[in-house]
Ligand binder design. Structure first.
Ligand SMILES: [Fe+2]
Length: 440
């Protein structure tokens, strides 16, 4: 054996030995270090605003000691000189100390900038940071202010094995629709809602996708957790990071800002509901919003399914208070999570056969979807919707999925894909004579 090989063997053995001696505590410290904020901005995320054709919200994080943050923004150009015309926007800073919820939490500065008066349908470049430490330049495109075809991505719970297994889903979603107008996350983005390590996984998995496609997200039950440190139990509270790290609209009911809100595209209204709290108050708000709606398409998203896809996970309050409103105001699509399985279906007025051997008919209320994108899986209850008069057209279990939805005039095309990019489910909705024709 040569001396080189012998030395390499000794080195490898010593590495293995030192690794095996790493204690669990040391490993936890290393992971905490990995998730800690630094002088450099991270967790850069775009949030959709009430009018995405003229405004955008940008959020990011740094170490707590940093008190200054701003966005530089310019119309993007083909060469590097677009920077000369950039404008600076001072950020609002919030210090979040997640130690109030977790012993291994930490303090961080969160920054938010909401930019208005943008030009519709333009590519903008922006970067975030302070005078010394800045992000790279990111691009985003403002929405059109005229009704043109749009498309978006939607995922159910990322929640578990986020970095390990959700990464491949969000990245394949991006590869399938890199020009998607926005990205819906239907709750349980993370497992431990107050924990920075979980959030750091979510941001690492999505990376620049979060910084370039505006997010629309609602909190799930895992974003509502107890704050420990208290001897007596108290109400579960919203993730301590949520309001500081996302710039969603504050146009919902008081106290539910950034968790219940609406977003208007020229032909499409997205309504985000918070299915964890104040269900009745949101029902009243929803009715008011829908009374004055002038958009052709309406998509709602919330976490707890109106019809559960798995056994023993019924949500009767949501069903009794929200379903009548969905039906009265002809909501088109309800995008949900929570059940860690897949189900898609609707309530038929009267099933009929339509052309091309597809089956379909007019429906009452929305097409309901439950989907999951992360690595935790439950079994599906295939007959679980029957007692409510709803028909499951497709279901699935133990499969990670993402969805791409396109709207072009009177036609909505929905496609669900597996983590490896195969088409898993598909349907269309056609607006005909004021009704929705649902084609499987
Ligand atoms: Fe959940």
């Amino acid at each position: 054996m040569s001396k080189k090989i012998l030395l390499a063997g000794i080195f490898l053995f010593s590495v293995l030995l030192s690794n095996s001696q790493t204690t669990k505590r040391e490993i936890n410290e290393i992971i905490k270090e990995w998730a800690s904020p630094t002088k450099f901005p991270d967790h850069v995320v775009l949030s959709a605003t009430e009018d995405p054709s003229t405004s955008i919200a940008i959020n990011w994080r740094t170490e707590a000691d940093n008190k200054v943050g701003f966005v530089e923004l310019a119309l993007a150009g083909p060469g590097p000189y677009f920077k000369k015309n950039s404008k600076k926007y001072k950020a609002e800073r919030t210090v979040v100390d997640s130690q109030e919820a977790y012993n291994d939490g930490f303090k961080a500065s969160y920054f938010e900038v909401k930019i208005d008066q943008l030009i519709p349908n333009k590519i903008y470049a922006y970067r975030v940071g302070n005078f010394h430490f800045k992000s790279e330049w990111h691009h985003f495109k403002t929405a059109n202010n005229q009704p043109i075809p749009i498309s978006f991505l939607y995922v159910g719970d990322a929640q578990n094995y986020i970095l390990e297994l959700w990464s491949r889903v969000i990245r394949n979603a991006y590869k399938t629709a890199p020009d998607a107008d926005f990205f819906i996350h239907a709750g349980d983005l993370v497992d431990k809602g107050h924990e920075d390590i979980d959030w750091n996984e979510w941001f690492a998995a999505g990376s620049f996708i979060h910084s370039e496609i505006p997010a629309i997200a609602v909190p799930g039950n895992h974003e509502y957790r107890y704050l420990d440190g208290s001897v007596y139990s108290q109400d579960e509270v919203l993730s301590v990071q949520w309001n500081a790290q996302f710039g969603f609209p504050k146009n919902g009911p008081r106290g539910l800002e950034k968790t219940c809100y609406y977003i208007d595209y020229p032909d499409l209204k997205i309504i985000a509901l918070n299915s964890n709290v104040a269900i009745k108050r949101q029902a009243k708000w929803l009715r008011e919003i829908l009374k004055s709606n002038d958009k052709k398409w309406i998509v709602v998203t919330y976490h707890h399914p109106l019809f559960s896809a798995s056994t023993g996970r019924d949500n009767p309050e949501i069903r009794s208070l929200w379903q009548p409103i969905f039906e009265e105001y002809n909501i088109d699509l309800a995008l949900q999570g929570h059940d860690h399985s897949y189900a898609r279906g609707a309530i038929y007025e009267k099933p009929v056969v339509v052309k091309n051997e597809n089956h379909g008919g007019n429906i009452i209320g929305p097409v309901y979807v439950v989907s999951v994108s992360g690595g935790k899986m439950y079994s599906v209850n295939k007959s679980g919707w029957d007692e409510y008069g709803a028909t499951q057209a497709k279901n699935g279990e133990r499969i990670q999925l993402f969805q791409h939805i396109s709207i072009d005039g009177d036609r909505l095309t929905y496609r669900s894909f597996t983590a490896t990019g195969e088409l898993f489910d598909r349907f269309e909705l056609l607006k005909e004579n004021g009704k929705n024709l649902y084609i499987d």
